[in-house]
Design a protein around this ligand. Sequence first.
Ligand code: COA
Length: 436
Amino acid sequence: MGKEERFENLLSEFHRIPFEERQERLAKWCDLDPQELQILRGVNALPIETAEHFIENVIGVFPMPMGVATYFNIDGKDLLIPMAVEETSIIAAVSATAKWIRKMNGKITTETRGNLIIGQVQIPRVRDLELAVQRLMARKTELIQVANSIVPGLVARGGGVKDLLFRSLPREDQNGTMLVIHVLCDPKDAMGANLINQVCEGLKPEIEMITEEKVGLCILSNLVDGKLTYARVEISGIDPEVGFGIQEAAQFAKTDPYRASTHNKGVLNGIDPTLIATGNDWRAVEAGVHAFAARSGKYQPVTDWHFDGTTLVGEFLAPLAVGTVGGVTMLHPTARLALKILGVQNAEGLARILAATGLVQNLGALKALATVGIVKGHMRLHAANLAMAAGASERELPLLREELSTALAREKRISLSRAKEILEAIRSTEKPIHFN
Ligand code: COA
């Protein structure tokens, strides 16, 4: 059986089959052993002893459901994408959209633009800007050597500090000029925060000596615009109403920051869950994406969509600073497994998958918004949460869900109070209810 056929078999009815069967298929596809499947079930998913090393004042662990996005083919490779997330309909929507792209013979391609993260060494109120820059420029090679001596392991892996940039900034308080030195570093497969912070602090005495100025903060920047990830989706033969609707939705986001914020949240719906699943620092990525979105001075969407009457093209561009080594990625048993399921070899591979998932997630939401609206699909799945919150027992859940779906189709809205009302009606019905 060919790989493509095996993938189709793996996915057939995937969300309808019982959990055990889903795990069995996953184990076969990703070559997982019984112990790894137990970890996915939550057994030793994060032992307390390990958790104690991660953070302070540990009182327990916080479980979260983890699912996989299906139907993805990125850069010609079929893959399952693990997503740890609490919100209903994200995984269904991104999978449905990936399935649609596949059915339409669309293409999802990605690339990385640049490989340099940024550390900042600040001289808060420079006394002689020109002289300081002149002296730093003259000793640049030596400074880079000093910087690299702080991270010999990284240099041995082919990474390290590659360049220094000097930026003069008029202070907001109009009290002089700030000189900010950007330390540009290739972190290879690490996210790089700890590396670059140590490099910046290590350079401080050297920079103070060379410039005879006082250094202030030494810290990485999350606006990693020297290392961007790009993803592109192209689909032909689209219904013009859908295609123009999606283009128009992108126009709304470009015009109005109030919309751009929600648009980008939708993109991040497809990114954050995999960051969490792989133990990456999602706050850093969020900060970077939003700062990049506002780089022109106006908050903008990080994706764009164009339709020419037949072909729809979507593009994503933003910094996604992630790691596959360092941090907790390799220490967290579930994160390690998520990387195994993804089958990524390095940080670049992970970032490219994230960019693609964010773009496809965005397409799913825009397609729904431009056609039937978001409520229909989202609330149909959210009905399960409402049914549980209303207090339905395991036996009552299927019927209440069904009743809520009917109510949603009829009344175009459902709520917790409506769910409670329906549950009461079910319970007070004179006829005994037979489940199964
Ligand atoms: N669980 C997992 N995947 C699901 C699913 C579920 N309950 N329901 C649908 N899917 C995915 C599957 O990949 C499915 O293909 P498969 O049956 O071969 O596995 C694919 O969607 C199509 O299924 P279908 O039942 O035809 O879905 P639909 O066309 O009725 O769409 C939604 C349902 C929810 C996916 C769709 O309404 C949607 O995308 N809405 C937007 C919701 C959104 O953007 N949410 C983000 C947060 S607001």
